[in-house]
Write a protein that binds this ligand. Structure first.
Ligand SMILES: [Zn+2]
Length: 267
């Protein structure tokens, strides 16, 4: 599943290619991908900017915005070939953007700009750029949450952008066992988690995201990410720090990697 670094890497490529181009026409071919749209305005005009919060991209036009959520397997492909998994086509002056999605958990949503604000207000602060105020918000929610810290960090309403790979990395670097109950974490644990969130995400963006062995994540011009070569614990056998064997457990059916020596259960 594309997480914040992958979506941000995609955003940067598209920003460089598509800004200031006129969107001449578009088609959304699949009812499921189109499920949130009541209307589809014909002329959207010039693409002014592409912004992002968490894992959601917003293409901003003068009066409307197009939101893309890539779900589990969505892909934005620039000038590629239409195939049976292509569910959206966006014809810009010089480039064609294709939305491909094998599993169809993603969506394309078109809203008037007045309504667009609500779209981003429904999710927690973006985990790449947490302000002091954002951290206070997260801590307030955390102090009331009896779920595991892993599930807390994955919940997009608490903070947005993190998925399974990067939560594994962040909790390892912070020395926190993923099954620790969220309300038990101390200030020092949160300081470490906030610091490592920034570090892990910035490094992953620098590496253009993580392409795992399933090869589902591909950048819009066909390149793969490189961050899979820089992971500390995700899908590893031995601990990077102490060389002990890594345990693989399931938390809500998601693969979770733990070093019992380096990651403490917080009580
Ligand atoms: Zn270790």
């Amino acid at each position: 599943m594309p997480e914040l670094p992958e979506v941000e890497s995609i955003r940067r490529v598209l920003q460089n290619s598509l800004i200031n181009q006129n969107l001449q026409k578009y088609k959304i071919l699949d009812n499921r991908i189109n499920r949130f749209n009541n209307t589809k305005p014909r002329n959207l005009g010039t693409l002014l900017d592409i912004s992002r919060k968490g894992k959601i991209l917003q293409f901003i036009f003068k009066k409307n915005s197009i939101f893309f959520h890539l779900g589990m397997s969505g892909r934005l492909d620039l000038n590629g070939l239409k195939n049976k998994h292509t569910h959206g086509l966006f014809f810009f002056e010089n480039d064609v953007l294709l939305y491909d999605d094998i599993r169809k958990f993603g969506y394309i949503k078109i809203l008037k700009n007045e309504q667009a604000k609500n779209q981003f207000a429904a999710i927690g602060p973006d985990s790449l750029s947490l302000t002091k105020k954002d951290k206070t918000y997260v801590l307030k929610k955390a102090n009331r949450s009896s779920t595991s810290v892993k599930n807390f960090l994955l919940n997009q309403k608490n903070l947005s952008g993190l998925g399974n790979i990067y939560v594994n990395e962040i909790l390892f670097l912070s020395g926190v066992h993923p099954l620790s109950k969220t309300f038990n974490l101390k200030d020092q644990n949160w300081n470490a988690i906030f610091l490592n969130t920034k570090k892990v995400l910035q490094k992953a963006i620098k590496n253009n995201g993580t392409t795992l062995s399933d090869m589902t994540y591909i950048l819009p011009q066909g390149a793969y990410g490189n961050n899979q070569n820089s992971l500390y614990i995700y899908a590893k056998d031995k601990c990077f720090s102490c060389t002990r064997k890594i345990d693989k457990i399931l938390v809500d059916s998601r693969a979770t990697y733990v070093c019992k020596k380096c990651q403490k259960q917080i009580n």
